[in-house]
Design a protein around this ligand. Structure first.
Ligand code: FCB
Length: 456
């Protein structure tokens, strides 16, 4: 087998108190991946319901229609969060549960459901952190062009206003959009995520509209709830060149611009990173007068989500980017079931990178975790790899914190095993194991470890 995590994680001495008493500790989940109940109590279909019904899109033809049944099990799951001593829970709202067609008629039963979930958090002393958009666009909006149609700004504002008016007395922490680059790149360039669109014009139009919705969404929240704490969440990966050659280094620089800079920089008033990625210059086609200013956002915090690093090689054959990833298994390095390299230093490098920007008051790790082939043996899931993964990444977060970098929180992905997008139910990220036939919950050893860690 490949070399395991090098650090002394097994004997790791880090304690949550090393991070200071005001550090935010939490756990993350999202609606589409956990709720199920995809057509219950007035919910409309989302692009992921539709995507999953097409052939060969999702591993094993899995669908999100039942998922981890959080819809009916939310009380049990929230009581598990409490039992694990986790003070903050990041969840998302499903737009199509609240406004089934994305715009127009409101589904009161959907709003009531989220009231019950939020109330259960509060009753258990858990702070809810709500992501407004976690990739599950109402299908009816996709029929009208979805993210490629600039009208999405109005639809999105209508949805955000409704949610904030409804929950402003209960929800203090809001995140606007989960991982904009996944929406634009996986959903509108590669076509491997819903809605399965491909090509440069879909990509650039979706990218610009997502970026606008992110900053306009932030302002909308603040205008209705001035004391809200608002942010958004970006995926990011430490990028290293495959070799020291100029070609590979330039290729790595292009991928870094795409994966790590393309959304934060316009939000900070720096514009899209066109210098490093010339093909992005065509995004100007989708600009209207005033967009440069509209793109600017005032964050209370920025969520960064890191799992791995990418090693990048120049490639003549890949359009626009002229670069490709060298997969972890090819490099024969220790990796997760997703073939994501376990590289704890990546999280440190990403904190360092984002901390260099001016205009980010706080950084919070809003997702970090790992999928390994968990096995339930005699009622126990001894997921030693996951525990060591989290410990070793946390050691790097602590290193960043001790160097004075601007890091203020850490959320594990994820509470329970769930629907991992195109990977269906094969990938298990939870601290809580789900038997998807019975929906029985079993806390994994990593969950008990996190509980103990949080109490020290
Ligand atoms: C992130 C997503 C999250 C989950 C993890 C594994 O990119 O935000 O929903 O799928 O990856």
């Amino acid at each position: 087998m490949y070399k395991e995590i090098v650090s002394a994680s097994e004997q790791s001495k880090i304690k949550s108190s090393d991070f200071g008493s005001d550090f935010y500790w939490g756990i993350s989940a999202s609606a589409l991946q956990t709720e199920g109940a995809h057509n219950i109590e007035g919910k409309g279909f989302s692009i992921w319901d539709e995507f999953a019904s097409k052939r060969n899109k999702i591993l094993n033809k899995d669908t999100p229609s039942v998922a981890a049944d959080f819809y009916s099990k939310y009380e049990e799951d929230i009581s598990i969060i409490k039992a694990l001593n986790i003070p903050n829970f990041r969840l998302s709202f499903a737009w199509s549960r609240i406004i089934p067609n994305g715009t127009g008629v409101i589904n009161r039963r959907g709003l009531n459901y989220y009231h019950k979930v939020i109330d259960a958090c509060i009753a258990n002393g858990i702070e809810p952190w709500v992501t407004l958009y976690n990739w599950d666009l109402p299908l009816e909006l996709e029929v009208k062009g979805g993210w490629t149609n600039r009208a999405i700004i109005n639809w999105f504002v209508e949805y955000v206003e409704l949610c904030v008016r409804e929950f402003k007395g209960k929800v203090k922490y809001w995140m606007v959009i989960n991982e904009p680059m996944a929406i634009a790149g996986a959903g509108h360039f590669l076509g491997i995520h819903a809605p399965g669109k491909k090509g440069k014009s879909n990509f650039l139009s979706a990218m610009h509209h997502v970026a606008l919705c992110q900053s306009i969404g932030l302002r909308t929240i603040k205008s209705i709830q001035p004391d809200a704490i608002v942010g958004t969440t970006f995926s990011c990966s430490y990028i290293t060149p495959y070799s020291n050659s100029d070609r590979d280094r330039r290729a790595a620089n292009r991928i870094d611009a795409l994966l790590n800079r393309a959304f934060i920089e316009p939000a900070l008033g720096m514009g899209y990173p066109i210098d490093s990625l010339p093909f992005l210059s065509d995004i100007k086609k989708y600009f209207q007068p005033g967009d440069e200013d509209l793109l600017k956002a005032n964050f209370d915090f920025v969520g960064i989500q890191n799992y791995t690093r990418e090693v990048v090689k120049a490639s003549f054959y890949i359009p626009y980017l002229f670069a490709k990833f060298v997969p972890a298994d090819k490099r024969k390095v220790y990796h997760t079931l997703m073939d994501w390299e376990v590289y704890p230093e990546s999280i440190y490098e990403m904190i360092k990178k984002f901390a260099q920007y001016e205009g980010i008051p706080k950084l919070i790790i809003t997702e970090n975790g790992a999928s390994f082939p968990d096995e339930m043996i005699d009622g126990e899931v001894n997921d030693r790899d996951r525990k060591r993964f989290i410990q070793s990444y946390l050691e790097q977060v602590l290193k960043a914190k001790n160097e004075g970098l601007n890091i203020h929180g850490y959320f594990v992905w994820s509470l329970t095993d769930n629907f991992e997008w195109t990977e269906g139910y094969r990938q298990r990220y939870g601290l809580v194991y789900i038997d998807f036939y019975t929906q029985k919950r079993t806390i994994k050893n990593s969950g008990y470890w996190y509980r103990d860690f949080l109490s020290k």
